[in-house]
Design a protein around this ligand. Structure first.
Ligand code: HEC
Length: 395
């Protein structure tokens, strides 16, 4: 009996010690790297995976001024920056009103009309607010089998882009929230070190309570959301967060991190016949695995999410490929975040964006290492920010 006491005490103590070392990261002002990007970079290089998780934890904490929102939910949605008629966006913290149809449907469905609703895309043909067509033009399907209920199996995974304040301020002060601004560029863009951006992926739940409970049990974060269907009707309901890209410009080549829910293969499928569970073929990387276990143990609300890997320097060979099964689904075998985004460029003479497709018999390939400078003659480089493609002509 006596002997067990010290063991219990010891294990409690070692638990505490562990918690303290991993908790040492301070979320205060992390979006600005605590005003000391040099020190953050040094810490980052010791373990990029640990820093990626620390940022993910900080992004998922309640916001200091709007406690009902997680920090990342206060980011500005890209659809409120690249406005349909190319107008100047509202200030960073202001939001456009929800369409009245959304508020009404939300009320009828017993949702909180004053709460946040993620806008998950407009499916009407030709809409510039696409939320289902991935970079390769394909969509990701839900599984035709349980646990996806029959009512949801026709749904496609939806995605959404958001930006941090310093990204937004740079876009506004350079007047590149519309195509007219891009067309006037006379030099390459260079975003500030404290620029952040997110790309998230979502399962549509709608109002199916059983499906919602199932996803909660599998550790998915649930949000209120809406989209416009292919015939122009608003659809309002719940959505579950299946994946998240988090990037910032701590390094010149940007830091590329991506997280997804470990249960995704149960819910999404490949486009093979018959479909197979959609898995991630690029990670988690060996370096990410132990960091995942340690953070998953510590943060119960994030325990089902895992980091797939980190890219941050074009001169580092590994990991060459990095993808999220939810966002680069069918082209994971040719997906390098850093290499593809490094091709973001605009020709002011032709008013076209650079094409990152490499034609190849048997299919399209994407660059998996940075292309040489001479490929970009006649283009202004957009500093890795491909979402600028969403900028509309002023009308
Ligand atoms: C083959 C090219 C390609 C690859 C590979 C790729 N992306 Fe993207 N990414 C894009 C394009 C194009 C967009 C704009 C999408 C849109 O507007 O719908 C984009 C958008 C984004 C955004 C929104 C903000 C921005 O910079 O445009 C983030 C964040 C992002 N990607 C992160 C990643 C991460 C992280 C990876 C790797 C895990 C990755 N991407 C892999 C092409 C790519």
């Amino acid at each position: 009996m006596r002997r067990t006491i010290p063991i219990v005490v010891l294990s409690v103590l070692s638990g505490l010690a562990q918690a303290q070392t991993s908790n040492a990261f301070n979320c205060n002002n992390f979006l600005k790297f605590a005003n000391d990007p040099g020190t953050t970079l040094t810490t980052f290089k010791q373990s990029p995976e640990t820093m990626a998780w620390n940022w993910f934890v900080c992004l998922n904490q309640p916001d200091a001024t709007q406690a009902s929102l997680r920090v990342w939910e206060t980011f500005k949605p890209d659809d409120q920056v690249y406005l349909l008629k190319g107008a100047e966006p509202l200030p960073y913290s202001s939001r456009e009103n929800l369409p009245s149809q959304v508020t009404e449907l939300a009320q009828q469905q017993g949702m909180d009309p004053k709460g946040l609703f993620q806008f998950l895309g407009n499916d009407t043909p030709g809409s510039p607010q696409n939320g289902i067509q991935q970079v390769d033009g394909l969509a990701l399907k839900m599984s035709p089998n349980p646990p996806v209920p029959p009512s949801n199996k026709e749904q496609l995974v939806r995605f959404h882009l958001m930006m941090g304040e310093d990204t937004f301020n740079f876009i506004v002060s350079n007047g590149i929230y519309n195509r007219d601004g891009l067309a006037k560029l006379t030099s390459n863009l260079s975003f500030p070190a404290t620029a952040w951006e997110l790309k998230t992926s979502w399962f549509w739940i709608g109002t199916n309570q059983d499906f919602k409970s199932q996803l909660v049990k599998d550790g998915y974060y649930i949000s209120q959301a809406y989209y416009v269907n292919s015939t122009g009707q608003y659809q309002v309901g719940y959505a579950a967060l299946s994946g998240m890209h988090v990037i910032n410009k701590l390094t010149e080549d940007w830091v590329w991190t991506t997280f997804e829910n470990r249960n995704n293969p149960k819910y999404t499928v490949t486009n093979d016949t018959p479909p197979k569970p959609m898995t991630n073929t690029t990670g988690p990387t060996e370096a990410a695995k132990p960091v995942n276990s340690s953070f998953q143990q510590q943060y119960s609300n994030l325990a089902q999410y895992e980091l797939i890997g980190v890219q941050y320097d074009q001169n580092r060979a590994e990991p060459k490929l990095l993808a999220n099964s939810q966002l680069e689904s069918a082209f994971q075998g040719t997906s390098s975040c850093l290499a593809c985004h490094s091709t973001a460029a605009y020709s002011t003479q032709k008013n076209t964006f650079f094409s990152f497709n490499i034609d190849h018999t048997g299919g399209i390939l994407y660059p998996t290492s940075v292309l040489p400078n001479e490929d970009f003659i006649g283009y202004q480089k957009l500093d890795y920010v491909w979402s600028l493609k969403r900028a509309q002509w002023k009308r």
